[in-house]
Design a protein around this ligand. Structure first.
Ligand SMILES: [Zn+2]
Length: 426
């Protein structure tokens, strides 16, 4: 699939020009991190998602940096293109309950898999008990047709109840818009499919138990999306084995033009670390070849890394270790190493280095989890770990994950930990 080149004019709108920092001392590493997080999470990159070509703009910036650092192309290219279907919201989303407008992103979210609807809808309040039997369900559907449904969700974590609820939601979304109160904080995502009508998640504080009508405007567009992983190679003293560093640069984008998900921690922080490490190893020749990959499409279901593992642009059998970096912006409570149980030796090396230096508050082991881009490789038996920082701000997949409030508490310590780990690989 060919990707249309991004016009230079669009790049010129990115506010912060990245200077040529030679990241070496702690201050320079941190300053470089700050600059990249500020740039990637700025409104000019549109949350690096699916409106206004945000992810493509980010890809261009990272590619230019890899060029500047002198990283070699892979298969003759800086990019690995692929494509997938994604559900997007190109227009402003509007919701008013009984005439009172709710704030998108703060009072409510449109579920990522929502379809379109617009107009005035009377509200029918339903709970699980109203829908418990097929007869009752059929009767209720009749009453609800042409109306919007306020679905009263029971406060439960019971898996069976939640599965039943999900089935009902799907059913109801064939009949009309559905509103429900969010179970916790508003958390967004990316969907690759769409339901016929929208599902609206309402914040607890904005939920009205006895609302009678809504005015709604949601327009979705389910479309094919061309994306690109960005990669670069540094030649080591030996090419027999390969160390791979990865971090996804995509985020959730925008919910309509006016609601931005900046994704500072997730994962501008990890991309900045990828770039800091690329800068270091482009200067000092590493022991093994090192491949740096900034993945696209992670938030849509690990699309970039899944494609990369299938595409096999490099010898998967030669991978000494793959280190995935995602959510590195905090660190008050140290780091977690996902897949530590499968990569015991690697985990112990990190623990030993931390015991000697006392840099991190904690190095916590975690078993396999398919929660980021290491997963498609780990599933194929390739030695892979995923490192994230813990503690600090709780902003995640919401409008609050901003550069301004990202502490980067233990950033330089994590950087040194990674350098120790890479340099210590036998
Ligand atoms: Zn992430």
């Amino acid at each position: 699939m060919r990707i249309a080149p991004t016009p230079l004019l669009a790049l010129a709108t990115v506010p912060l020009l990245l200077s040529t920092v030679q990241a070496q001392d702690p201050d320079a590493v941190l300053a470089n991190a700050r600059r990249w997080v500020d740039t990637l999470a700025s409104p000019a990159l549109h949350g690096r998602g699916y409106i206004s070509g945000g992810d493509s703009l980010a890809a261009e910036l990272i590619a230019a940096e890899f060029d500047r650092l002198g990283l070699l192309p892979v298969r003759g290219s800086r990019f690995e293109p692929f494509s997938f279907t994604v559900n997007t919201f190109p227009d402003s989303v509007k919701l008013a309950v009984d005439g009172r407008s709710l704030r998108p992103g703060v009072d409510f979210l449109v579920d990522p898999a929502s379809g379109s609807a617009s107009g005035h809808y009377e509200l029918v309040h339903l709970s699980l008990t109203d829908l418990a039997t097929p007869e009752r369900r059929a009767m209720t559907m009749g009453v609800a047709t042409g109306k919007a449904i306020a679905l009263h969700v029971p406060a439960t974590r019971n898996a069976d109840t939640l599965a039943l609820l999900h089935d009902l939601q799907e059913d109801l979304l064939h009949h009309g818009p559905v509103l429900q109160m969010a179970s916790g904080k508003l958390t967004w995502g990316v969907a690759r499919q769409a339901t016929p009508f929208p599902l609206l998640e309402i914040a607890r504080e904005a939920w009205n138990d006895s609302a009678t009508a809504i005015d709604l405007r949601v327009r979705n567009r389910l479309r094919n999306h061309n994306a690109r992983n960005v990669w670069g190679l540094v030649k080591g003293r030996s090419s027999k084995q390969l160390v791979v560093l990865t971090a996804h640069y995509d985020h959730l984008g925008r919910m309509g033009p006016d609601v931005l998900f900046p994704g500072a921690n997730d994962n501008a922080s990890g991309v900045s670390m990828l770039i800091n490490l690329a800068a270091r190893y482009a200067r000092e020749k590493p022991r093994y070849d090192m491949l740096f990959i900034a993945f696209a499409g992670e938030e849509a279901g690990l699309m970039g890394s899944r494609w990369c593992a299938v595409d096999r642009a490099f010898d998967l059998g030669a991978v000494k270790l793959l280190i995935n970096l995602d959510l590195l912006g905090t660190g008050e409570e140290g780091i977690t190493v996902v897949n530590a149980t499968a990569q015991q030796e690697v985990f112990e090396a990190i623990v030993a280095s931390n015991a000697a230096t006392g840099r991190l508050a904690q190095v916590k082991p975690r078993g396999p989890a398919c929660n980021s881009d290491h997963c498609p490789f780990a599933e194929r038996g390739i030695p892979a770990i995923f490192i994230y920082t813990m503690g600090g701000i709780a902003a995640y997949h919401d409008v609050m994950d901003r550069a301004e409030t990202l502490p980067l508490t233990d950033y330089h310590d994590v950087y040194l930990t990674l350098v120790d780990l890479i340099n210590g690989l036998k």
